[in-house]
Write a new protein. Sequence first.
Length: 180
Amino acid sequence: MSLVTRYDFQYSTVGTWSIPNGGTQAGGVQSANLTNHILSEDVNWTPLACLYLQVGGSYVINSLDTPVAGSAGINNLVPNAQNNYWTLDASAGYEINEKNPSPGAILLLQRGRFHGQCGFGMPYGADEVENSVTATLTRQVSKAVQVSLKYGFYRNRDQTSGGQDNYDAQLVYLSTTFGF
């Protein structure tokens, strides 16, 4: 069994440059700062030589700050964004026999995004939940040929769009690998 805890910090700046119709560059301004604090945890367990189990998750504190939000006369029409979200995933794999050297795998993923302030302005990316389930089966046909079959089901629910961006999707994927 192994446990992995990780913290990541990401900081980005966004610069906006203007070129008016005359074609002369008018100059630039730093228009936003993007900050992410990411805390993640993974648990891996291999109870048998032919079986593995993995569970993981992360929580992301995401903020976008723009100088326009504090400008006089704007009155919170362009608020700073807080787009925090979390992910959960689980996977399992089982080696069926020597012809199936790469374990079949099942992956479950849920991702949630929420927004704390949308009294003014547009709450982009707010209140969205994505779910997916995939299953993969791999078979070694010969020393040089391997085939893989994957099935996936994906579901997205986006309350911000009033359900207009909701979808359910399925995937069937077949691949062949030739070794030399």
